[in-house]
Design a protein. Structure first.
Length: 230
């Protein structure tokens, strides 16, 4: 451990820290350490820039800080108040519930009329964000390039149909083996395709993905490895 990057950071030499932070992608580590929304109001469905199911309001998180899990949520003001029940990822919340939506935003039931809430959550850790612009869709499937699937696709953040019978941003669903309903999109189970409804007849789409780190960018591996920094 004496020559590891972990040790070099612990020594806190000013000539070493900037390069160490660059190697570790410090910005990703800071985001994934846990976040909190304080005294916030979710965006009503009609005003969302990325669609959710029509019964939901959402906290639209930055692409680099999409949620993995919600730890706790407390409502001060709304049609319901007090602690909300955290339900599983991708579950559509009912009254007094909160969940991480399939695209990584945080959602609550719009009918609960929440206007002041604290939400503590953990963002996705150790991911990078990649966009594929104007990518071909063949027979309602967008095949993700092998170079990206080799990194490990974690989550579909956005699917925007550019050309087709039904265009625009689609509601993102959890990965599934079947074909999503009209107006929706999902990863397949293997996470190497984005699937659209056949009747939407999408021919090109722009998608945004959270994927694993590139080669040499895994922070735990880099912390443990011998460092070349001086």
């Amino acid at each position: 451990m004496g020559t590891s990057l972990y040790t070099k950071i612990a020594a806190a030499q000013p000539n070493t820290l900037p390069d160490a932070f660059r190697v570790l992608h410090l910005e990703r580590m800071l985001v994934s350490s846990g976040q909190a929304l304080r005294k916030q109001a979710p965006t009503l469905n009609a005003a969302l820039t990325r669609p959710q199911l029509s019964t939901l309001s959402a906290f639209q998180l930055p692409d680099f800080a999409k949620a993995c899990i919600v730890r706790r949520a407390y409502v001060r003001v709304g049609g319901v108040t007090g602690e909300l029940t955290v339900v599983a990822f991708g579950t559509t919340p009912a009254t007094t519930q909160i969940a991480v939506a399939p695209n990584g935003d945080i959602v609550v039931l719009e009918a609960d009329a929440i206007t002041n809430i604290d939400v503590e959550f953990e963002p996705l850790a150790n991911v990078q964000i990649i966009q594929l612009p104007n990518f071909p869709v063949v027979s309602s499937d967008l095949t993700i390039p092998a170079a990206i699937t080799a990194l490990g696709v974690v989550q579909l953040i956005e699917a925007n149909a550019i050309t087709g019978t039904s265009t625009g941003k689609k509601i993102v669903l959890v990965p599934q083996s079947g074909v999503p309903a009209a107006g929706r999109a999902s990863l397949n189970v293997a996470k190497d395709k984005v699937r659209f409804q056949t009747t939407d007849a999408v021919t090109t789409a722009t998608i945004t993905l959270a994927v694993g780190p590139s080669t040499g960018e895994d922070p735990l591996t880099n912390l443990a490895a011998d460092s070349t920094l001086t």
